[in-house]
Design a protein around this ligand. Structure first.
Ligand SMILES: [Zn+2]
Ligand SMILES: [Zn+2]
Ligand SMILES: [Zn+2]
Length: 295
């Protein structure tokens, strides 16, 4: 899968004249930590905030940090690669709001509607790049995507305004995007396991209410953790805020940001009561995780 991705990147680099560093295309330098910038495209739960038809204080709030699109992040790496995590129903507005025109690959955490329903927007990135879009997901997510978006995969389906041109790659373990190693981190989301992701000193664990013991060893020595924290009231598939704080303490990252937030949690009032080093994330927030060369 790395070869295909590298080919797509080289084709883009040939057009742009960028991306001459090629050593990561051939092998993974495990001791090299790539610098990444993470932008939160959405930090809301599946309904978004404000929620349709709701008059609560958070849904009526004028604080921009209380406006939450569906959950997604955009990761920019220091070798120029730009990776989208999930394609939410808000993808079009997220890309327009943040000025995103380059996506070199998409990684899916799972196939719930709030994480995949913007897949058709990939047509624009195909048109801009002139390339198919590599997409990475585990086996069950790939299966669900093929069912949900049948028209993309069946040649007899009508094309309408065109179909996304995508290449699916099954995540079966660690893989690389350019010279960044991506570590899948299995997390519990109700009765199913989905994928969290670790890139260097950064981990993104959306949609979870449990961390399997086997995954804890993958979450050591983090500078930055992003973790699901839905609301105060218990939920069968998401951490409450208290559960997320306890889990964040146990994982022990230097900084933790919470995401997948419902309208129950106002940004300012909630953050005022969080422990040091923890906060609610908000749409448009960026985090820089520094790179470093090891020996
Ligand atoms: Zn509300
Ligand atoms: Zn979910
Ligand atoms: Zn979700």
């Amino acid at each position: 899968m790395r070869t295909s991705f590298a080919m797509a990147r080289e084709a883009r680099a040939a057009r742009t004249g960028a991306g001459r560093r090629r050593f990561g295309d051939f092998f993974i330098l495990r001791w090299y930590i790539v610098a990444v910038r993470v932008t939160f495209l959405g930090t809301g739960t599946s309904h978004g905030v404000p929620m349709i038809g709701c008059e609560c204080a958070v849904c009526r709030s004028t604080d921009p940090r209380d406006k939450r699109m569906r959950p997604s992040i955009y990761v920019e790496m220091d070798d120029g690669l730009k990776v989208l995590v999930d394609t939410t129903p808000d993808l079009r507005m997220q890309a327009l709001t943040r000025g995103i025109r380059q996506v070199d690959a998409i990684v899916f955490t799972h196939a719930h509607a709030d994480h995949v329903m913007g897949l058709d927007e990939v047509r624009r990135f195909n048109m801009i790049s002139g390339q198919p879009m590599p997409m990475y997901a585990d086996a069950s997510t790939l299966r669900d995507i093929k069912i949900t978006f049948r028209y993309i995969f069946e040649s007899d389906a009508p094309k309408g305004g065109g179909k996304p041109d995508i290449r699916l790659w099954e995540i079966g373990g660690r893989f690389s995007l350019g010279r960044q190693e991506v570590v899948p981190v299995p997390i519990q989301h109700g009765t199913r396991q989905i994928l969290g992701l670790r890139l260097g000193k950064f981990a993104y664990l959306t949609d979870c209410n449990g961390i399997p013991d086997a995954s804890r060893s993958l979450l050591q020595d983090l500078d930055c953790l992003v973790l699901d924290a839905l609301r105060h009231k218990p939920h069968p598939t998401h951490f409450t805020l208290d559960e997320a704080v306890a889990e964040a303490r146990r994982i022990g990252a230097k900084r933790t940001w919470f995401t997948h937030i419902a309208h129950d949690l106002g940004h300012a009032a909630t953050c005022a009561h969080l422990p040091p080093g923890m906060a609610l994330a908000y749409d448009g927030q960026t985090i820089d995780i520094g790179g470093a060369a090891g020996t």
